[in-house]
Design a protein around this ligand. Sequence first.
Ligand SMILES: Cc1ncc(COP(=O)(O)O)c(C=O)c1O
Length: 289
Amino acid sequence: MTAALPPGGRAPERAVWINGVIVRGRDAVLSVFDRGARDGGGIFETLRVYDGRPFAWQRHMERLVLSAAELGFPVPPSPAQLRGGIDQLLAEQRLTDAVVRLTVTRGIAGGRPTRAGAWIEAEPLAARLWPGTRRGDASVMFSCVPFQQGWIGRHKTTSRMAWDLAREEARAAGADEALLVAPDGHLVEGAASNVFVVRGGEVLTPPLAHDVLPGVTRAIVLELCRELRLPAREAPIVAGHLREAQEIFLTNTVQEVLPVALLEGRAVAARGMGMKLLAAYRTRVGLER
Ligand SMILES: Cc1ncc(COP(=O)(O)O)c(C=O)c1O
């Protein structure tokens, strides 16, 4: 155990859980032979912790375990062990409202048995909220680079370069998020979010079949639409038609449901549906706590 530090310390000082032990960030080391370090051979989950409890734990674990199986990872640490690691880390850092990142790697090739590497980080929530989330509405832009993620886009892998560069484009332009558009002109997702539009009174989001990340928040929002009897479905969205959308909103575990106020600097007509779904989402968070 490390001596407790005030929450929000710099990453090298922060406590990290790695393969079952808690160490300081600077001492959390991964072998250069681990495929997570060499080849981007890792998957991760980002969870939001409300009042000491990670929200939608089962859903995040399902996504992680399914991706691990589909991508030929060794068996990851059990959900119970990972959950114990999160609780330990939150207690260590005295965090109650936080963002937790859980990473599992493909481990070292040729080992027998090949073990997955795993580590967990926790940060105070405030550091991770976008300016738009703090305000209650976001500014978004289109990424200039046509996005061709292919099937790997269905998984939350640590091969993040394409998504990270798009986010940096947005940051450089003073926007919260970059919208990713396929070479055929269809909207895919945000660099770190799923995208919904409201058109003709219907809530639409690009289909998972288009290699979109199956966002946990996206799935919950589609369920909430059913509960609230709001017409909602997956549908291909031509990015060029976005300017005519009545509404646009983003979903992401940390930012929750975020209405878009500005698209490429131009005002989006409305925000009511996004706000309604944000309220319903927060109710769901409260009920599951
Ligand atoms: C590319 C991408 N799409 C969608 C999402 C939203 O997923 P979730 O709702 O599970 O956070 C994320 C989250 O970081 C993401 O990186």
